[in-house]
Design a protein around this ligand. Structure first.
Ligand SMILES: O=P(O)(O)OC[C@H]1O[C@](O)(CO)[C@@H](O)[C@@H]1O
Length: 565
């Protein structure tokens, strides 16, 4: 990481140069940039690890990129990349490394961190996960009444939910054949509504819960876990209409129906998870960076270990590129610099993520945590308030659906938004029936046509039309909205791994330039504490008169509703 004494980015010479350069470029429309540079596609597009990154529709030119690269250099990006990948304590507020990249190193690699090679431990944790996956896929994992497990419900939230949820959905086509069928589900919300749905329709005899929580203290997950345990105990320790088998002991139920995944084995044991059903990981893996290890158990259950390892290999290919490629060809660095340019120099602080592939339905939700929990910070690594913007507001959903929802604002709203379009070049080759394949391939072409059309209209506005006849103001498009397009050669475990790693490293490079720590999340702590106090007051154990009028009114409304029955 950059040295503790480095200047904040706004004090670096390249920052001032960029400010002046932005003043010159601000009045230049994107269509003009394209008009004057026929080589934009070649200049601003790079291909790596099955991904094509097209940055040509950013509102920048060759000089901009040169100045941004100087900024990255002055901010110490190359040495920060080394520090990250070699296991230096880059997470300064928690005084530990951030070694998610170690989770995807090849088995034969070594990585010495503070005198210890950590690769062997990582491989052993993957091997333990593989043993559990094999038992489930062989139908050998039996519930307390002796029936093979058919349903696995992941109970986790944030990084213990979003990554596995996103990847299992994206790679559902990669389910291995000829295995005992195990369906994977996710329940995250503390209100219990997702879990209640599963409890209403799953058979307790054949359902296994994975308690996924790095800290094993997250109330959302623990409250779901307690509900699940009571549901199992209620159904399986006594005779019921629902369960045919004779009652079994509570101990056996907890043993056979729960796996724990956490960095705290003590807390898993306290909760009652059997030691051989505990999958561990390390404090040096951040929650939102944890899908690559044992938190990825639901992924391995859906796609099998072979595909899971391909996911890791794809991410590792991006890690190597990140580590070795010169900055001007380095995809994560370039993606990060485009973001810095938009946020800090063009004042564009809204960012939309728009995949044109239904399999990437949860990608935006995943990135919302990755980017905003990492870089939604306003103090430097030395604890001083920043006087420049950091992470933009980031949101998104499937592009084709968003076209019918919020694209109106992108095209004619009052503020600039930068968009990331994401799509695979090839799709549906594996569909066996020729007629269905032909139809689906036509739908893929339709989706790509829309994807390419939208970024073009956002760029050119009215000029996307050949006919520029007079039209009323409400039908005008100003264009000039920047965008990035990421094309996957095809969506595979490997290219998905590379895509996720691309964004992880982008976030890191931006954090280095902004001089903030992307690996902590102190901003979520106060809310948790006040929620505990508020729960006490709701339960009648605290002093409501200490509260503000609004919060008091809300609690009293709840009490009144409870009394009404
Ligand atoms: O895995 P855990 O410890 O349950 O935490 C879940 C999530 O909660 C957070 O700590 C935020 O509250 C995230 O950073 C994390 O991914």
């Amino acid at each position: 990481m950059a040295s503790a004494s480095r200047a904040t980015p706004d004090k670096l010479p390249a920052w001032q140069t960029l400010k002046q350069h932005a003043d010159e470029l601000k009045g230049v429309h994107l269509k003009t940039l394209f008009g004057s540079e026929s080589s934009r596609w070649a200049n601003f597009t790079r291909h790596e690890a099955g991904l094509t990154l097209d940055l040509s529709k950013q509102r920048w030119d060759d000089d901009t990129l040169e100045h941004l690269l100087a900024l990255a250099h002055d901010a110490g990006v190359p040495s920060a990349i080394d520090a990250l990948l070699s296991g230096k304590r880059v997470n300064v507020s928690e005084n530990r490394p951030a070694l998610h990249t170690a989770l995807r190193l090849p088995a034969e690699a070594t990585l010495n961190v503070e005198g210890e090679d950590i690769v062997a431990g990582v491989q052993e944790s993957l091997a333990q996960m593989e043993r559990l996956v094999c038992r489930l896929h062989a139908g050998q994992w039996r519930g307390a009444t002796g029936k093979p497990i058919r349903h696995v419900v992941n109970l986790g939230v944030g990084g213990s939910d979003l990554g596995p949820l996103m990847v299992t959905h994206a790679l559902a086509d990669y389910r291995p054949e000829n295995i005992h069928p195990v369906e994977v589900h996710f329940a995250s919300t503390m209100d219990g509504s997702q879990l209640a749905d599963y409890l209403g329709r799953l058979n307790p005899e054949t359902t296994l819960f994975v308690l996924s929580s790095k800290s094993f203290t997250t109330i959302d997950t623990l409250s779901n876990a307690n509900t699940a345990r009571d549901w199992l105990l209620g159904r399986l320790t006594q005779h019921s209409d629902f369960v045919s088998a004779p009652p079994v002991s509570a101990e056996l139920i907890v043993r056979q129906h729960f796996i724990g995944v956490s960095a705290s084995p003590e807390k898993m044991s306290e909760w009652g998870i059997a030691p051989d059903h505990q999958l561990k990981f390390w404090e040096w893996v951040g929650g939102r960076y944890s899908l690559w290890g044992t938190i990825g158990l639901p992924i391995a259950l859906v796609v099998g270990m072979t595909h899971f390892r391909e996911l890791l290999a794809g991410a590792h290919a991006m890690d190597r590129h990140f580590s070795e490629a010169p900055m001007e060809d380095n995809l994560p660095v370039l993606l990060a610099l485009a973001g810095i340019w938009n946020v800090n120099f063009l004042d564009i602080r809204a960012h939309s993520i728009l995949p044109y592939d239904g399999r990437l339905e949860y990608f935006a939700a995943y990135l919302e945590q990755l980017e905003m929990e990492s870089n939604g910070k306003s103090v430097t690594r030395q604890g001083q308030a920043v006087n420049y913007s950091t992470c933009p507001v980031l949101w998104g959903q499937l592009g084709p659906n968003a076209q019918h929802a919020f694209y109106q604002l992108l095209h004619q709203g009052t503020q600039s938004v930068v968009c990331d379009f994401i799509a695979p070049l090839k799709r549906y080759d594996e569909v066996e029936d020729p007629d269905t394949r032909r139809h689906l391939k036509a739908q893929h072409r339709l989706a790509l046509a829309n994807c390419f059309a939208q970024s073009r209209v956002l760029m050119l506005g009215d000029d996307a039309l050949d006919d520029d006849g007079p039209r009323p103001e409400h039908k005008r498009y100003r264009g000039n909205q920047p965008s990035t397009t990421v094309l996957l050669d095809t969506l595979t475990p490997a290219t998905l791994g590379a895509l996720i790693a691309l964004y992880e490293h982008k976030v890191f490079v931006q954090a280095v330039i902004w001089d903030i720590n992307p690996f902590d999340q102190w901003g979520v702590e106060l809310g948790k504490k006040i929620a505990t106090d508020t729960q006490g007051i709701i339960d009648g154990q605290g002093d409501i008169t200490r509260m503000d009028a609004s919060s008091r009114g809300l609690i009293e409304a709840f009490w009144a509703a409870e009394q009404d029955g």
